[in-house]
Design a protein around this ligand. Sequence first.
Ligand code: PAF
Length: 284
Amino acid sequence: MTQIVTTKAQLRTARESLPGSVAVVMTMGALHEGHLMLVRRAREIADSVVVTIFVNPLQFGPTEDYEAYPRDLAGDVALLDGLADLVFAPEVWEMYPVLPPPVSVSAGVLGTRFEGAARPGHFDGVVTVVTKLLHLIAPDAAVFGRKDAQQLAILERLVADLDLPVRIEAVDIVREESGLARSSRNAYLSAAGRDRALVLSRTIAAVQEAAPDAAAVLAVLERAGRGEGDGGEAGEVRWAYAEAVDPATFESIGPGHHGEVLVVLAAHVEGTRLLDATTLVVSG
Ligand code: PAF
């Protein structure tokens, strides 16, 4: 039976009675199979599983529709039944008695690149809420998906740089049968949009094929970014970036690069910003 709590005081009491090691999965709700994979992974690596459901206003920009973000607590809780031991679903005022909070956490320079450049302040909002939830839940492990690759890299830095006593567990991207990376945002796409969006997963497949040749990987990404990739015709898919970066610094790599690289993609399809990513080992 999954217990649901909404206040910090209830959370504290419920947390104390959780047996053994604890893994947390943090979400903004509107759960889908991608989230459930994270919860199943949490179940594998810990004795008890906590899921948080909180649409965090701090990570939405002034032009992003925080109010319109999908919310379905009853549906989410039904999906988690039997999978999570405890669900923490606070109201905004419970997390932020003063909004914006006068003191918050900064994602630093990593938070200003790629997704952070397009969404100023977004990653500061993410690291602030994640830090608070880690303190409130005190888990042994926190499970995050690799699709939000920059978020994952920043959270790994957060834990290392602030010496937070938690292990980050990364879970591979969950894909639909078509190859499309699972995301709450896919719900905004029409059937034609879902087809067009496959240019992202096809680009991922193409760079995986081009590896380990760094120059060939970069050539695939350059073509994709210019809209010359398979299916990425101008007007249908608007690329934000298609880059190979150093996974630690998010600096773009050159054709002479050796070692691990992260390929990060972002494109707008029917006005919806979609992400995809993969890790490769290349040699120049
Ligand atoms: O990835 C998300 O859904 C959010 O950024 C997170 C980690 C739950 C913080 O609000």
